[in-house]
Each structure stands twice: as C-alpha cells, then as structure tokens.
Write a new protein. Structure first.
Ligand SMILES: Nc1ncnc2c1ncn2[C@@H]1O[C@H](COP(=O)(O)OP(=O)(O)O)[C@@H](O)[C@H]1O
Ligand SMILES: [Mg+2]
Lengths: 365, 254
C-alpha cells in the first residue's frame, strides 16, 4: 500500500495525488498521442468514436453525475452542437471559430432550457428533457431551409491552422483534433471540481437546503450546470457530425439520449473516470456483440440473423445489472478492487457500504 | 440594537400555527437557547431565519437588516450559519469538501477563471484551506479530513456540520439540537466547543437543545416555547423554575 504523506495544502489542490499517479497519467497521455502510429485506420476510427462519446459523457456527467439532475434529453444538445457547427461552417465561418461557437450557442440554449426545468426534480426532469429530445426531430424537419430537414446535411473536411482535417482522408488529424478537445474538456472539468463552482454543484446534488444555507443560489447553480453541460455536449455533437459526415433529423434520436445516460451510470456517476469507462463500454459493445453473434452462429449453425434492438436490449440488461449490483459503476468497482489489493488480506465486505439515503425533501422538519 | 430581532412573528402551515406572535431578541456575544417540547416550533424559528418560509405576519431583523428582504441563499452572506436537526451534509463528498462549501460566501472568482484555475483562484483556494484547517484543528476532525461523509459515525457528522457552519465565518451560529444523539463524552466536548466558539471566536450562538445540563451550562438566556408561542424568557435558572414551563413539560408528560 502506498501511503501519501501530506505536507502542504497544494497536495490536495493539485489534481494528482503524487508523482507516481502523475506519471501514470502522463504515460497514458503519451500512448493516446502516438496511437495513430500504432493502430490501423479502422481501430483509430473506433478510438476516435470512443473519445467523442467520452466528451458527450463528460458533458452529461457535469449535470447528472455532479449536480444530480437527470437528463434524458442530451441528444437534443448533441444535435444542436452538430447543426450549429455545420451551419456556421456553411456561412463561411472558419472552423477555429465555428467549433467553439457551436458549443457556446448550445450552452446558452441549455441554460435557457434550464429555466423552466428549474422547478422539476428527478423523474419529472427526466421526462421534461426526454420530451425535448423527441421534439428535436420535428424541429429539424420544421426548420428545413436551415437544417436540410429529412434529406439531411453533409459536412466535408475542415481546415484548422492550414491543416486539412478529413475524417476519411486524414484520420490521424481528426483523431488528434478529438483528442485535443477531450484533453481540454477534461482539464477544465478537473479545474471545475477543485474550485468553488464545482463544489457548489456537488452541494446542490447532495442537499439543496443546506447548499442554500451555505449561500449557494440553487437556481443559479443549476443554470450554470445546465449551461456548462450543454456546451460540452454541443462540442461532442459537432465532432459527431464531422465523424459521421452525413446526418439528418433521425441521427440524434432519443435512443442516443438514453444510451448517454446509461453510459455514465455504467461508468460510474460523479467521477470523470466514469465518463471514460462508460464510453469504452458503449464504443466497443457493438463490436463485441457482432463478434459474439458470429461465434454463436458458428457454434449453433444458422446464419447471422439480424436481431432488431439487440444492442439496446443488451445495454439495458447491463444497466439493470449495474443498478442492482454495482450502483457506483465501473469506476466504483475499480476502486474496490484496488482497495482489496492495497489492504490484502484485511478487506472487509462492508467497507464501501453506503448509508441508506431517503428522500431529501422529507428531511427538513 | 440587538443582533437578531423577532417581532410578533407568526407562521401558519395550513390550519396549524407553528409560530404564534413570537418576539425575542438575541444580543451580540451571548449564547441564547430555545427549549420546548417537540413540535413547539423551535426548528421552524430557525427555518424562518434561513428564509425557507415567509412569515404570515411580523418582522425579522438581523444586524440592522430586514431579513425578510433577503432570499434564502443570501442569508449566509449577512453572517448567519446553521446546522440542521437531522444533519444535512453533502453525503458523497469528503469532510474537507463539505467545509470548503462553507467558504462559498467568500468566493471572489468567476466561473471562467475557475475553469482555467488562474493564480487568483489558487490563492483563494489556499486561503480557504487555511481557514478550514484551523476549524478542523479546533474541532479535532483531522482523522476524518479525507473521509466521505456517508461512512462516518453519527457523532462525527454532528461535529462536521458545526465545522461547516463555522467555515462560513458567521456572526450568528444557529445550532439545532447539537447534542441530540451524542454520547455523554461527546456532549461534554460539544459544551466546551460552544463555549470556545463564543469566547474565542466571538460568535453569537442561538441554539435549540433538549439537554438541560448543556443548556444551563452554556447559555446566558433561555427562551421556552410551547405551541409556537413564548412561555418564558430569562436565565436558565429562572426559566427552569417558571410555573408555566413546568406546567408545559409536566402537562405533556402526564
Ligand atoms: N414544512 C412543514 N409543513 C407543515 N407543518 C410543519 C412543517 N414544518 C413543521 N411543521 C409543523 O410545525 C410544528 C412545529 O415544528 P418544529 O418547528 O419542527 O418543532 P420543534 O420545536 O420540535 O423543532 C409541528 O407541529 C410540525 O409538525
Ligand atoms: Mg426541531
């Protein structure tokens, strides 16, 4: 077991525990940076996809994992970011500007959406945001002149600082773009969590009454959280558009919203790691399923029949299993495994047991 | 001018009058206790000060300000901090982070600077840490600093809640049943801490408490309430020997 001796306040303020942990993250970073030389184009594309999902997951994590507001509508904000980016590009706005703006616009819209959503809690908020997600389809059809409606839109290569970024032609450049955004968002997220704003998100999540008594304006904090969350999600959406190159009103369905929420639950709510772990599961699940389907076909004969909704079904099962057996997600499981090894043989089963929590609203009296 | 003034405050929940034409003043520097049977309206008085409810009638002034003009999240900024009868901590955060939320009213940085963790944010964080560490030392919370609230024993959580309130650097500290559920030793600790909070930190304390030993040990004045109204007000000895108070307690017990 590594014991970290704390000798000054900065040890808790800086994002890494000690040199050992820092070097692990630097090695990981170095590995992903050189990935284009290691992986072939197919796997590089898959990794790019996972990173885009991770950005979207980070976006939703801010709102759901750290502020405690469940959203089943984040596909709407993916769509918003995607369309905003492409429409700006079509207007001749250079990518360096169009991309950040797409996120910013999405963030502002998200904060505005938060205003009516402010009075809603839990399941009601989930239903409200889900309705948004369903509406998006119609909105895109209605705004046809802008959005291309049912026939959709196509987005070609973009150029950044004279570098041509083409998802098919220069997959490595696109990968680095996505990686750059991932790193920037992650760093911003880490900074948020070690600052007053991030702590006020957590305060609102865990107890609105005492957050208020500590001087945290709950409505304002939720609005901020919605804004930040949607901004990041908007960026993920813009990247998804560039990744897919073609999209229409049916690209960002409510199923995507649900997958996104499942992803962060499976990964582990309330942790940055959780967004990444969830993205890995989401990203590789289709591959895993098609491989196992082939395998089943080989063993039992019969052709590889397409089973509609298989992916979503398997996903649902995994989600239910997590909620029942591992509510802290993959990251929680990892923490337990790590503690088991660190404390071997002294690990106790109830070490991570949580206190029963009851409905907060009933606690004021 | 008193630090806190309640003037003919009435609050109704539907047909129930939880606080009934209540007037009292808390002077700067004193420890003021509110006692009374369950359901007397003591916690409701705290919730009124926290602005969770609008009174039906009456005025509440704090430090010369009309508190009824202040929104719930604005009360802390005037220097009022509190604990809750049923402990309201941020359960899935560490003790340290809970106390740091207490520093929120001293936040001077913007969201943008926080996202980049600029030097001014860093400076503020170090300053916050400094204040918080002193409180951790004062209340002997060192062993729990990096622990999640969710796994802590009840007695420790009670202390963490006091610590979080102190982290706001308040003028007035509201303690709702600080000793309920504590062991005898823990209650003794709490007694000395309340004494020190008043003497060393110069913070005025308004507390609700059932433990009469603790109440007479630390408070300068006591307000006895029943059914939302004032029964008696005076020194602990005066209130304990007041016929109306004895009647209210015995009447309930019988
Ligand atoms: N939010 C509320 N809604 C309705 N009734 C309430 C509410 N809060 C308190 N009450 C009622 O007001 C009365 C006083 O409650 P309270 O102030 O909590 O008493 P205590 O003196 O035990 O702290 C009780 O009868 C309680 O049931
Ligand atoms: Mg009470």
């Amino acid at each position: 077991m590594r014991i970290v001796f704390k000798t000054d306040y900065m040890q808790d303020i800086r994002p890494w525990k000690d040199g050992h942990q820092l070097s692990l993250y630097l090695i990981l970073l170095a590995l992903v940076v050189v990935a284009p030389w290691i992986l072939n184009d197919f796997y590089l594309g898959e990794l790019t996809n996972v990173l885009i999902w991770a950005i979207a997951g980070l976006g939703l994590m801010i709102l759901t994992g750290h502020t405690g507001q469940a959203s089943l509508g984040h596909a709407a904000f993916l769509a918003m970011g995607c369309y905003a980016n492409v429409i700006l590009l079509e207007q001749g706005v250079p990518f360096v500007l169009a991309f950040p703006l797409a996120g910013l616009i999405t963030g502002i819209v998200g904060a505005l959406v938060a205003l009516p959503a402010m009075r809603l809690h839990g399941i009601y908020l989930a239903i409200f945001t889900m309705a948004l997600s369903i509406l998006v389809d119609d909105i895109i059809v209605l705004t046809e002149p802008w959005s291309g409606g049912v026939s959709g839109k196509y987005v070609g290569p973009v150029s950044l600082f004279g570098l041509e970024i083409d998802r098919w032609g220069t997959p490595w450049a696109f990968y680095w773009l996505v990686l750059g955004v991932t790193v920037a968002v992650t760093l911003g997220y880490i900074n948020l969590l070690r600052s007053p704003m991030g702590r006020s998100f957590i305060a609102v999540r865990d107890s609105e009454v005492s957050a208020q008594a500590m001087g945290v304006d709950v409505a304002r904090t939720k609005t901020m959280s919605f804004g930040l969350s949607c901004m990041v999600t908007g960026w993920a959406g813009a990247l998804m558009g560039l990744y897919a190159t073609v999209f229409n009103n049916e690209t960002f369905t409510v199923i995507i919203s649900i997958q996104l929420l499942m992803m962060i639950v499976i990964g582990g709510l309330g942790s940055i790691h959780g967004a990444f772990l969830g993205a890995v599961v989401i990203g590789f699940l289709p591959q895993f399923l098609s491989i196992s389907k082939e395998y089943v076909g080989m063993v039992f004969g019969g052709s590889s029949v397409a089973i509609p909704g298989l992916e979503v079904g398997v996903f649902g099962l995994i989600l239910i299993a997590f909620i029942l057996f591992e509510p802290m997600g993959l990251y929680g499981r990892w923490l337990k495994i790590r503690t088991w090894f660190e404390l071997f043989p002294f690990y106790r089963k109830d070490m991570f047991k949580r206190q029963k929590s009851y409905l907060k609203t009933e606690r004021l009296r | 001018m008193s630090l806190l003034e309640f003037e003919n405050v009435t609050l109704k929940f539907g047909g129930l009058t939880a606080v009934n034409d209540l007037s009292f003043e808390v002077e700067e520097g004193e420890v003021f206790a509110i006692v009374g049977p369950n359901g007397a309206g003591k916690s409701t008085v705290f919730n009124l000060i926290s602005r969770f409810y609008d009174p039906y009638a009456g005025r509440i002034r704090f430090d010369g300000h009309d508190l009824l003009q202040v929104k719930p999240s604005g009360v802390a900024a005037y220097g009022v901090a509190r604990t809750f009868q049923n402990i309201e901590l941020f359960d899935h955060a560490t003790v340290l982070d809970n106390l740091l939320v207490g520093r929120h009213r001293h936040r001077r940085t913007s969201l943008l600077s926080e996202l980049f963790f600029t030097p001014s944010v860093k400076k503020q964080e170090l300053q916050n840490r400094h204040v918080v560490e002193e409180i951790i030392d004062f209340l002997d919370l060192q062993p729990y600093r990096d622990k999640m609230i969710a796994g802590l024993p009840y007695g420790v959580r009670k202390v963490v809640e006091v610590a979080r309130a102190l982290a706001t650097e308040p003028k007035l500290l509201l303690l709702d049943e600080p000793a309920s559920g504590l062991s005898v030793e823990e209650t003794t600790d709490m007694r000395w801490w309340i004494d020190d909070i008043r003497r060393q930190m110069g913070i005025t304390v308004l507390m609700v408490e059932h433990d009469m030993g603790l109440v007479s040990g630390v408070s300068d004045r006591v307000l006895a309430m029943a059914d939302g109204a004032k029964l008696a007000l005076g020194t602990p000895a005066e209130v304990q020997s007041d016929p109306a108070v004895i009647e209210a307690y015995l009447g309930r017990a019988a």
